[in-house]
Design a protein around this ligand. Structure first.
Ligand code: 1CP
Length: 354
């Protein structure tokens, strides 16, 4: 009913045949684009961009105006969720995110609650505005952080090199970490369902830090809660399937278990051999990835060769969405991004016709 005119991305996630391999890039709207830096300078802080639906829409559309990408992703951040829980998010200039009130005491953890979704109303407004602006040309991806990845920021109070606070809690008071994760999982389920209600046509769960865990801890503290979310998501909206993509950076060892959660597709980081991933789970889920983002720092010829290598490994099997293995660097040259997108489209068409 409301299928986008270009539905290649949705079809590939569902492992349906496509004329070519669709492509989008994690963090495709961001600082590598001069037009993003201009809007950001005009809007003020990064969160000012997120709070204002007009700015969020403008920034979401910028990479699509420049490159023939096959999907749009909501411009927002995973940290909107702990901000709505009252942890006090700020972005210091030139530094990463900071929380004024990280979860460091039992009392703070016991006081944590699922926030009123009205506090995240600005995100849902942005979803509605972006859908309108896309005029059904391309599908819109909604997203959230995983319960564990959100907990990393909530407990550490920002980015971390060693994750010592969350690991300390995990190995001394796992009951308290489970309380946080349960609240995060219930919040993320509602948050993603609201994004779907407002028009997100696929959703992705970013588990950026699940890969810092042992296999046993990953199953207990990250995967179990993503499984709970997948089970609670609205999988159909306006008569169309809404695919769910799970991405654990560093999760290459756990692809089979990730596929068992009932998700539709898995994101792969660049350390995974995509042909092996196909052999393991490619008959059950779509696969999204997995160019090393560092390849964009090389020559255009190198970008094209590395892109073709991944496409050749997949061949003509359905179910592949091309992406980077993690977010694009702010230093990536746009000419290389163009070569990447054009090579995905031309080489995947050539493979299908040979
Ligand atoms: O203008 C600026 O300075 C802000 C830079 C920036 C941007 C462009 C941040 C701060 N967030 C974003 C947008 C963003 N974040 C998107 C937008 C959609 C897109 O175009 O893809 C998405 C999907 C995210 C998700 C996100 N934020 C993740 C998960 C994915 C990943 O990259 O691993 C994580 C871990 C964050 C936290 C975050 N937000 C921003 C920064 C610099 C960070 C990393 C902090 C750290 O750990 O050091």
């Amino acid at each position: 009913m409301t299928r986008p005119i270009n539905d290649t991305f949705l079809r590939a996630l569902m492992r349906e045949p496509t004329d070519y391999t669709p492509v989008w890039l994690m963090r495709q709207a961001g600082r590598y684009l001069p037009e993003y830096r201009a809007t950001r300078a005009h809007a003020g802080s990064f969160m000012d961009l997120c709070h204002n639906a007009a700015f969020a829409t403008e920034v979401t559309l910028q990479p699509l105006a420049r490159f023939p990408l096959d999907a749009a992703i909501l411009f927002s951040d995973i940290l909107t969720v702990p901000d709505a829980m009252g942890l006090g998010l700020s972005f210091a200039e030139g530094e990463g995110p900071r929380f004024a009130s990280p979860l460091r005491t039992e009392a703070a953890i016991k006081a944590l609650e699922v926030p009123d979704m009205e506090k995240l109303g600005y995100v849902f407004n942005a979803v509605s505005e972006i859908r309108k602006a896309l005029k059904n040309k391309l599908p819109l991806i909604g997203f959230s952080g995983s319960p564990f990845t959100l907990a990393c920021y909530m407990i550490e109070g920002g980015g971390s090199d060693d994750f010592r606070h969350i690991k300390g809690l995990l190995f001394s008071r796992p009951d308290l970490l489970h309380r946080i994760l349960d609240i995060n999982a219930r919040t993320v389920t509602e948050y993603l369902n609201q994004q779907i209600e407002h028009g997100a046509q696929a959703v992705m769960i970013f588990d950026t830090w699940g890969g810092i865990l042992s296999g046993a801890a990953y199953r207990e503290f990250s995967l179990a809660y993503m499984r709970q979310i997948v089970a609670g998501l609205k999988r159909e909206h306006e008569g169309e399937r809404v695919p769910v993509v799970l991405f654990t950076k560093g999760g290459g060892q756990w692809l089979t278990e990730m596929a068992d959660t009932g998700c539709d597709a898995l994101g792969l980081d660049w350390t995974v051999d995509i042909a092996q991933a196909y052999a393991l789970v490619g008959s059950r889920v779509g696969l999204q990835g997995n160019l090393d983002p560092g390849a964009l720092m090389g020559s255009p010829e190198g970008v094209a060769a590395e892109t073709r290598r991944i496409l050749d490994a997949v061949g003509t099997r359905p179910g592949h969405v091309f992406n980077l293995g993690h977010g694009i660097s702010q230093h990536a040259p746009h000419d290389n991004v163009r070569v990447l997108v054009d090579t995905v489209h031309s080489h995947s068409r050539a493979l299908r016709s040979s």
